[in-house]
Design a protein around this ligand. Structure first.
Ligand SMILES: NC(=O)c1ccc[n+]([C@@H]2O[C@H](COP(=O)([O-])OP(=O)(O)OC[C@H]3O[C@@H](n4cnc5c(N)ncnc54)[C@H](OP(=O)(O)O)[C@@H]3O)[C@@H](O)[C@H]2O)c1
Length: 283
């Protein structure tokens, strides 16, 4: 019996795989790259949300008891995701853990439609609703602006955000996948402090020993800068919209889900920055 991790090469699933391996639970990674995505001894199988002919192959290597899923970046992602839940349920999957975000609301377009479908289909589930990942700050483009330019560009202004580490999200997902009793609810997965990007820049300045400045862009300027950096117009607008929402404190929240589920407090941004400082310093 395996646990299937969709987005198996991504930030959260790779960390969940390590936790499952440590407790000797068999893992199957799903990736558009197929078996080439095999890593740390975990088998990988070809899977693409948008190519239904890749779905049956997931179930050809033995029983899958639970599935971790993240959304593909396509319009109306809930359409294939809902269809997949029905398909996997027919194959005997009893539990689904979905990594959504702050915006998800039951029944509303977006991950809320998948969440509603879990309830209607009477499957065991957990919907994780993390705030922003600390690991966004070690994505290649951002590493360049922090490491080389000493600047952090956003349209988030003074918005307050409880940044959370993918390590903690993975640990919560791990428990939601394997704990004997399914949670059957959503969990806000939040970091320990509410931070502005000014504060993030201050912490980076201290940890890196050199000045990092938060540059506050307006909406149009932020879209333009992201497009110049190589993002599609669609994705640049999507990211900017989230930052503008954050500037209105849409992300601001507190909660203890990480500690309640995992038994340890969530990682602080300063600890994350210390762990990763070489990434920015060597850029
Ligand atoms: N970053 C944030 O601040 C933030 C905040 C809240 C919520 N979230 C949510 O967290 C999730 C991201 O999780 P993550 O960071 O672990 O992922 P990630 O590192 O962004 O990786 C995305 C994964 O999706 C796979 N993928 C992309 N398109 C696919 C397709 N059509 N079919 C199958 N697989 C596909 C890719 O694998 P292959 O290329 O190997 O196929 C990749 O492993 C997203 O749903 C996002 O909305 C993110």
């Amino acid at each position: 019996m395996s646990i299937l991790l969709i987005g198996g090469t991504g930030k959260t699933a790779t960390r969940i795989a390590a936790l499952l391996a440590a407790s000797k639970k068999p893992v199957l990674l799903a990736s558009r790259r197929g078996p080439d995505a095999t890593s740390n001894g975990h088998p990988a199988v070809k899977f693409d949300w948008t190519v239904e002919s890749t779905w049956p192959g997931l179930f050809e290597n033995g029983h899958i008891e639970a599935v971790y899923m993240i959304s593909p970046q396509i319009s109306q992602p809930w359409v294939p995701m809902i269809k997949f839940v029905d398909f996997a349920k027919e194959k005997g999957v009893g539990r689904f853990v979905l990594c959504a975000g702050t915006t998800a609301a039951i029944g509303e377009d977006g991950m809320g439609r998948v969440w509603e479908h879990f309830i209607k289909s009477r499957v065991d589930f957990c919907v994780l609703r993390p705030s922003w990942f600390m690991e966004n700050l070690i994505e290649p483009g951002v590493v360049h602006t922090i490491g080389k330019l000493g600047k952090l560009f956003t349209a988030a202004q003074d918005g307050e955000i409880p940044f959370v580490s993918a390590d903690d999200i993975a640990d919560v997902a791990y428990h939601a996948l394997i704990d004997e009793k399914s949670y059957n609810c959503d969990l806000r997965v939040l970091g320990p402090e509410i931070l502005t990007y000014d504060r993030i820049a201050e912490i980076l300045t201290k940890v890196l020993g050199r000045k990092v400045e938060h540059v506050k862009l307006d909406e149009a300027g932020r879209i333009e800068s992201l497009v110049k950096a190589g993002l599609s117009d669609y994705y640049a607008r999507f990211v900017t919209r989230l930052e503008v929402l954050a500037s209105q404190n849409f992300e601001k929240a507190t909660g203890d889900a990480v500690e309640r589920v995992t038994g340890h407090p969530p990682k602080s941004f300063e600890a994350f920055a210390e762990e990763n400082k070489v990434v920015w310093l060597d850029s």
